[in-house]
Design a protein around this ligand. Structure first.
Ligand SMILES: [Zn+2]
Ligand SMILES: [Zn+2]
Length: 370
């Protein structure tokens, strides 16, 4: 079968031929992969900044945002059946007995750091024609989501972040008055930093919970991303025309910030505008650059005097995948055109080089695998 792989030692990227994987345990599932999304992590792996092949291999098959169809199941498989569509999870647990997270199937909170990740760290990924894995990492997807299900994995970032927001904000009276026809966050205001796929999907999740949502991003409006936001009823403000002061003036008390750029300077500037009882979610992973100055007194005063919370979040557990599938279904019925327009192109495997090392274009580009 064909797969897209990197060979870090030789700095090579290409389509490789390798044997089709086989079921090895009675709870294994074999998937015929339909498609895989390309994201910043894949591009970093292809720039050889990131990515570790499996032990004993020089090559790493990449890809972690995917959709597959079940073609074979082991004798003891109960969660999925042949013909089901599934989105596999990415992270696999470490082997340490004392890692409470991995031993509780929450490897997204792994303590040891010795977890593996398909397509990223020591496990082959999903940009391959076939994949085999244990059924416990498979998330079944309804057939009507086939055209957008490749967005499930990137949406889990927002879903895991928001699940933590609900937990953390229980420490104060954060609930909005009940208004018929409104979701529970209708009295809260959210700012999203960045209008890439993670930011746009995060904005959809926030609007869907009825946050008044404003996305702050580089490009001047109107553009393809600001149009998506208009369709879902979120605002868009460009850093080219508006400062963070303008943003905060327009928004009011910033109850929540969802950071989706990986730009630490912008994020730390924005922390200073976080409102009373506000919560700030970091999802980006910046490269290491020169130090920048921040006003630590102001930040610490605000954190204390305004009861603020700042947290980071990575990867996702099964609950976030399930919420993601559920919410994507809702997004698709509320805003069919907006959800479709997140996927800006579908390409054959032979186009992988342009997508992975060429200039980044569009919103979410997808590689068709079969
Ligand atoms: Zn990704
Ligand atoms: Zn662990």
């Amino acid at each position: 079968m064909k797969a897209i792989a990197v060979t870090p030692v030789a700095k090579q990227i290409g389509i490789i031929d390798q044997p089709e994987p086989k079921l090895v345990s009675p709870t294994d599932v074999k998937l015929r992969m339909i498609e895989a999304g390309v994201c910043g992590t894949d591009r970093e792996i292809c720039a050889f900044e990131y990515g570790t092949p499996p032990i004993g291999s020089e090559r790493l098959v990449i890809g972690h945002e995917s959709l597959g169809e079940v073609v074979e199941v082991g004798a003891k498989v109960t969660r999925v059946k042949v013909g089901d569509l599934v989105v596999p999870m990415v992270r696999r647990p470490c082997q340490h007995d004392d890692c409470m997270a991995c031993r509780s199937n929450r490897q997204d909170f792994c303590f040891s750091g010795d977890f593996t990740e398909r397509g990223i760290k020591q496990q082959h990924g999903f940009m391959a024609q076939f994949v085999v894995d244990d059924e416990k990492y498979m998330n079944p997807v309804p057939g009507n989501l086939r055209d957008v299900a490749v967005l499930v994995e990137p949406l889990t970032i927002a879903e895991k972040g928001l699940a933590q927001v609900w937990q953390v904000q229980q420490r104060l009276p954060w609930g909005c008055p009940i208004v018929p026809g409104k979701a529970h966050e209708h009295c809260h205001r959210a700012v999203v930093l960045g209008a890439g796929p993670v930011g746009l999907l995060g904005a959809m999740a926030l609007v869907n919970a009825d946050f008044e949502t404003c996305v702050y991003a580089r490009e001047a409006a109107p553009n393809a991303k600001s149009k998506v936001l208009q369709m879902i009823g979120a605002k868009y403000m460009s850093a080219e025309t508006h400062s963070l002061e303008d943003l905060t003036r327009a928004v009011g008390n910033v109850d929540l910030v969802y950071e989706a750029t990986g730009a630490s300077r912008l994020a730390f500037d924005m922390i200073q505008h976080l409102g009373t009882n506000g919560i700030f979610i970091f999802t980006g992973v910046p490269g290491r650059k020169a130090p920048v100055q921040v006003d630590t007194d102001l930040m610490m005063r605000n954190l204390v005097l305004k009861n603020q919370v700042v947290f980071g979040t990575v990867n996702a557990g099964r609950d976030a995948f399930e919420t993601s599938i559920h919410d994507l279904q809702t997004f698709k019925s509320r805003w069919p055109e907006a959800v479709q327009s997140l996927i800006t192109g579908r390409y054959p495997m032979s186009d992988h080089r342009d997508l992975l090392v060429g200039k980044a274009t569009g919103i979410k580009n997808v590689i068709q695998l079969n």
